[in-house]
Write a protein that binds this ligand. Structure first.
Ligand code: GUN
Length: 295
């Protein structure tokens, strides 16, 4: 078993971005700018957005967190998005999910200009991902793909089984791996909690991607010997022995599953770190696209 180290992968990406931004600055070009919109006070969302801001600062990218009250009206939120859509200095807009129940998430995502949609959630980007043309790719699946490339994991002709069908991870990673492209060209199965016999599918996986959102859900008997296991879960579970009273675990029962695998991502230290790196990479990509258009 070999650990797939998200720290190394994300560090490499961030170092390249840092150098590119330094070059932009030294030639007097505008600095890429990411706006993160946070609605309400979900503690996990606050943590994620804060770490996104910290990562921007570390590579010299400009960023701004726009904190909005949890009872904001839909129209008011759309107006904030308009402000960033119409600000030429803003290259990327991210609305942290989940949103409060009274807000229509799809309507909000649809409102972001596709070329500033650094989460890759807008239907224009989703459609391009399905077709296989250049687009802003959702950050977590893009991070998984970077891990696969970095460790030179063979995917062509392999059976990739994705557990979870979210728009954020499950559907886009399936669409990445199914493309007739390098480090893709896999046979992809997407399964989910309604499967009659989930184990039947997971045991066939050469590459198993767990994006369920349920702590330690994937057990050793659900995994084939020698499989590559990618754990997307970030779950808090109570742990009185920890100073914060909880610890973070993945969707995979790592302690029992790891020894059966050829490669496995740890949690923390796996996919999560690459997600932020890809967000910043998307912001730089958006910057370049926008600056070409405006020339
Ligand atoms: N909530 C959970 N994951 C994500 C993500 O990748 N982007 C945004 N905006 N919200 C999320």
């Amino acid at each position: 078993m070999k650990l797939l180290d998200g720290k190394i992968v994300s560090h490499n990406i961030l170092e390249k971005l840092k150098e590119e931004i330094a070059v932009l600055k030294s030639t007097g070009k505008p600095v890429p700018f990411l706006a993160a919109i946070l609605v309400g006070n979900n503690p996990a969302s606050e943590t994620y957005v804060a770490s996104k801001e910290k990562s921007c600062a570390a590579i010299g990218m400009n960023s701004e967190i726009c904190k909005l009250s949890g009872d904001i009206l839909q129209t008011e939120l759309l107006a904030v998005i308009d402000k960033y859509n119409n600000n030429p200095a803003c290259n990327g807009i991210l609305v942290q999910l989940p949103l409060p129940k009274h807000i229509d998430e799809n309507d909000v995502i649809n409102h972001i200009k596709p070329e500033k949609d650094v989460d890759g959630f807008h239907p224009v980007n989703t459609g391009k991902l399905v077709i296989g043309t250049d687009c802003l790719v959702p950050c977590t699946p893009a991070g998984i793909h970077e891990i696969i490339k970095f460790y030179n994991i063979e995917t062509s002709g392999k059976h990739a089984v994705v557990v979870g069908r979210s728009n954020i991870v499950g559907k886009p990673i399936a669409n990445i791996l199914i493309q007739k492209k390098p480090f893709a060209n896999a046979v992809v199965t997407v399964c989910h909690s309604a499967a009659n016999d989930l184990k039947f599918f997971t045991r066939q996986a050469d590459i198993l991607i767990a994006a369920i959102g349920s702590p330690l859900f994937i057990k050793a008997d659900m995994v084939k010997d020698g499989a590559v296991v990618i754990d997307v879960g970030i779950n808090r579970i109570d742990d009185a022995a920890r100073p914060k009273g909880y610890r973070i675990v993945g969707d995979v029962d790592f302690d029992r599953v790891a020894e059966k695998t050829s490669f496995i991502t740890p949690v923390p230290g796996g996919v999560g770190l690459t997600t932020i790196a890809m967000l910043l990479k998307n912001t730089l990509q958006a910057y370049h696209t926008q600056n070409q258009i405006s020339l």
